[in-house]
Design a binder for this molecule. Sequence first.
Ligand code: S3P
Length: 451
Amino acid sequence: MTNPANPSGARPLAARSDGPLTGRLDLPGDKSISHRALLFGALARGRTTITGLLEGEDVLATGRVAAALGAVVERTGPGAWTVDGAGLGTLIEPSSTLDFGNSGTGARLALGVVGGHPITARFDGDASLRKRPMGRVLRPLEQMGASVIADGTGDRLPLTLKGAVPTIPIEYTLPVASAQVKSAVLLAGLNAAGQTVVIEPERTRDHTERMLAWFGAKLDIAERPEGGRIITLHGQPDLVGRPVTVPGDPSSAAFAIVAALIVPGSRVEIANVLMNPSRTGLIQTLLEMGANITISNEREDGGEPVADLTVEHSTLTGVEVPAERAPSMIDEYPILSVAAAFARGDTIMNGLAELRVKESDRLAAVAAGLSANGVALKEETERLTVTGGSGVAGGGVVATHLDHRIAMAFLVLGMASDTPVVVDDATMIATSYPDFEADFTRLGARFEASA
Ligand code: S3P
């Protein structure tokens, strides 16, 4: 979508306060699980049927990559897709560059898939993805026998990866708490004879382990007495296509949860939220801040815990969020910072180094956006302190740096500010939450195109 008034294609958008948010929200599918369903479907024998797939740009890019690697990927209805797998060990070499758009997850998981196969592929993405570090995935893949043979410096896209022949099983301790790195090593290890072991000193989201087991892989998972886990994957499993139900994305629910908390008079019900403990750090933090969030109908669906949430406007108080909680809410700091702007006192967020290498430098983007709207804060290398109060002036223009979550977080800020908040570009929201504006408009939010 190109805006004729703006040849760069950016679409500035404003959100303003316009009464309470009320009603029920059906969430888009979880992004992490959606990527994995398509890629693991490509690695499995037979048919994987997916319901509730997130049809955002990031996931659609991964679907095209799965097809380029030899799977037959078809949309059969809204959120309903089938993947007829190429099969482990029998992926085909893609004939053109694999384009991951804005998606670090898609790129890093696919590096693991290609790295473990005897094929060569060129990886690329948009201006944001080209800035993000890939060495964290490439270093263990090199130990497994893969190599970067062309382009770049070996740490950034674009790059051409030659997969291992044969793939060497390794034991690898994650130097950063990253589910993407863990997943890349495990995915490469699928095609290795023997055991691939990943040690994660801090627990990260475990959708890869859960879904690989569901597709028939054998994994042993041990808790370490000092924290974290040891994951042992037995190589060359018979992966068989399965039905996958994708639950609602807690990282997308986060925007409605915080919006309902900060817009006076609001009451919003959010159905079918993924409640995997490796993803619920934001809810835990908001409850500590005094949020009125009711969790009901807790159940298992498709191997993952899910529940319904009811959120009501609340008086929030600042808290200190421990660094150990960061992996379970890593994508939620921008929107937590918005909640913090409406909480009494200081909210101190620790252990934020990884925020600097997301779709943008999120720590800097959040600090700049809050400052532009009159919120007091202190930005340190790995920590952010937001000093909240009873209201936010608003009126600022926020630079989003090709980052969907910065755009959505600051539109939510605008829903409760004294004057509207403008984000310089709303187009990237389509990467993870294409119906964001429609869903929030239904709940009562007011958006305006901005010049
Ligand atoms: C993801 C892991 C997280 C998260 C990203 C999705 C995943 O990144 O920020 O949005 O699906 O594995 P890291 O694992 O690099 O922290």
